[in-house]
Design a protein around this ligand. Structure first.
Ligand SMILES: Nc1nc2c(ncn2[C@@H]2O[C@H](COP(=O)(O)OP(=O)(O)OP(=O)(O)O)[C@@H](O)[C@H]2O)c(=O)[nH]1
Ligand SMILES: [Mg+2]
Length: 357
C-alpha cells in the first residue's frame, strides 16, 4: 500500500511540474512572440508592399483629414494607411480617419520601449551638450526627442510596418499640390530607388553641434559600410572634413524600409543612439536618415520627386517644369524650397550617371 502511495505521489509531482513548465513556457513564448500583422498587406489590392505611414496624435484629427484628402486628390491609390501613436487612439479619432480614407486605416500603439530614453540617459541630461546661449527649437519637449528617436531607429520595425517594404511618410497638416501622373511606389520599385525626397534644407547647427564628428568616428570604425560611389558631396564641400548641414527634410519620405532594416543602418543608428546626441543635443531623424542615405547608398538610389508639389509649413516646393505645372495648384508661398543642397546631389548624379533632375 505504501509503495502505491509513493508511486502516486511521484506521478502527481511529475504532473504538477509538467503543468508548471507548460504554463511558464506559454507565458514566455506568448510575450516573446510578436503579433502577426501580415494580413495588413493584401496583394489583391496592391502589387507593391507599400503603405502610407502616419505618426500622429488624437489632437491632429482635423489637420490630418485635410491632408489625407489632398493626398488622395493628387494621388488616388489603394495603399493602406498605418497610423501610430505613443498613446492609444480614441474611438472618435479612429472612426473619423477611417471614414476619411478611400482604402483602409489601421491604428497602432508604440511600445514604451521605443518611445523613451535609452539606457543611461534621463530627463536631467536633456540638452546637456548644446552650446549655451544658442536657441534650439522644441528643446523643452521631451516627447519631441522620443519622436526623433522613434523615427530614426524604430518605426520600420514596428510590427504593423513589418509586412511592408515601402512607406510614404505623411505628417498631419502637410499639403500636396500636383496631380500625380504615376504611382511613386511603382517608380521607386521599377527604378531601384531606395530613398525619395522632395525638400532638402540646411540644418540649424545649434541642434546638432557634435553630430558630424560622431559620424566621422563611425566612418573610421566601419569603412566597410560606406558605398562607393556615395553622396558625401551632398553633405560636405571639403570631402567630409566638415558638414555643410544639408539634409533631406524627412517629414516627406518615400523610401524602402529594407534599407533601414539593413545591418549597416542598424549599426549606424545604434552607434548614434549610444552616443546620446538625440537627447544631449537634439539630433533629428532628418539628418540621421539623410547622412545614412548619402553615405551608405550609391547616389542613383536617392530620388528627388520633382513632380510632387508639397508644403510642410513654412516651406513649399512647387514644380517649375512646363510638363508638370499644368497639373499643380500651389498655394501662396511663404518660404520657397531652395536648390542650394539639391544642386550638390544633382551635380553628382549628372556626373556619375547622366541623370538630369
Ligand atoms: N504620437 C505622437 N506623435 C508625435 C508627437 N510629437 C510629434 N509627433 C509626430 O511626429 C512627426 C513630427 O513631429 P512634428 O511636431 O511635425 O515635428 P516637426 O515637423 O519637426 O515640427 P513642426 O514644425 O511642428 O511640424 C509628426 O508626424 C507628428 O505628428 C508625440 O508626442 N506623439
Ligand atoms: Mg512636422
Amino acid at each position: 500500500m505504501r509503495k502505491y502511495k509513493r508511486v502516486l505521489l511521484k506521478v502527481i509531482n511529475f504532473i504538477s511540474i509538467f503543468i508548471l513548465c507548460r504554463f511558464l513556457f506559454k507565458k514566455f513564448y506568448k510575450n516573446s512572440k510578436e503579433a502577426d500583422y501580415s494580413y495588413l498587406y493584401n496583394k489583391n489590392e496592391t502589387d507593391i508592399k507599400a503603405c502610407i505611414f502616419i505618426l500622429c496624435q488624437n489632437k491632429d484629427q482635423e489637420k490630418l483629414i485635410k491632408t489625407i484628402h489632398e493626398l488622395e486628390d493628387t494621388f488616388p491609390h489603394n495603399y493602406p494607411y498605418i497610423l501610430l501613436n505613443d498613446v492609444p487612439f480614441t474611438e472618435t479619432f479612429k472612426t473619423a480617419i477611417s471614414s476619411a480614407v478611400r482604402t483602409r486605416a489601421h491604428f497602432g500603439l508604440i511600445d514604451k520601449k521605443y518611445w523613451s530614453f535609452p539606457k543611461g540617459i534621463t530627463k536631467k541630461d536633456v540638452g546637456k551638450n548644446l552650446i549655451p546661449g544658442q536657441f534650439v527649437l522644441f528643446n523643452d519637449r521631451i516627447s519631441y526627442r522620443h519622436m526623433c528617436r522613434f523615427e530614426s531607429g524604430f518605426f520600420y520595425n514596428h510590427p504593423m510596418l513589418k509586412p511592408f517594404d515601402y512607406y510614404w511618410r505623411v505628417e498631419p497638416g502637410v499639403g500636396f499640390h500636383c496631380k500625380l501622373q504615376e504611382d511613386p511606389f511603382k517608380f521607386m520599385r521599377d527604378n531601384n530607388k531606395i530613398y525619395g525626397y522632395v525638400i532638402s534644407l540646411i540644418e540649424l547647427k545649434s541642434t546638432v553641434p557634435h553630430l558630424w564628428e560622431t559620424v566621422k568616428e563611425f566612418m573610421r570604425k566601419y569603412p566597410q559600410y560606406i558605398a562607393n560611389p556615395n553622396s558625401l558631396d551632398f553633405l560636405s564641400h571639403d570631402n567630409g572634413k566638415t558638414w555643410n548641414l544639408c539634409h533631406f527634410w524627412s517629414n516627406f519620405e518615400i523610401a524602402d524600409m529594407r534599407f533601414f532594416r539593413s545591418e549597416k543602418y542598424e549599426t549606424f543608428f545604434k552607434f548614434l543612439d549610444e552616443k546620446g546626441g538625440i537627447y544631449y543635443e537634439r539630433w533629428g531623424d532628418a539628418p540621421i536618415h539623410s547622412i545614412a542615405a548619402s553615405l551608405f547608398l550609391e547616389p542613383d538610389k536617392i530620388h528627388f520627386f520633382k513632380n510632387i508639389g508639397y508644403t510642410h509649413w513654412p516651406v513649399t516646393y512647387c514644380p517649375d517644369d512646363p510638363l508638370i505645372t499644368p497639373h499643380c495648384q500651389c498655394p501662396e508661398i511663404i518660404d520657397e524650397a531652395r536648390d542650394t543642397c539639391n544642386r550638390n546631389l544633382f551635380r553628382l548624379q549628372k556626373k556619375l550617371y547622366g541623370i538630369q533632375n
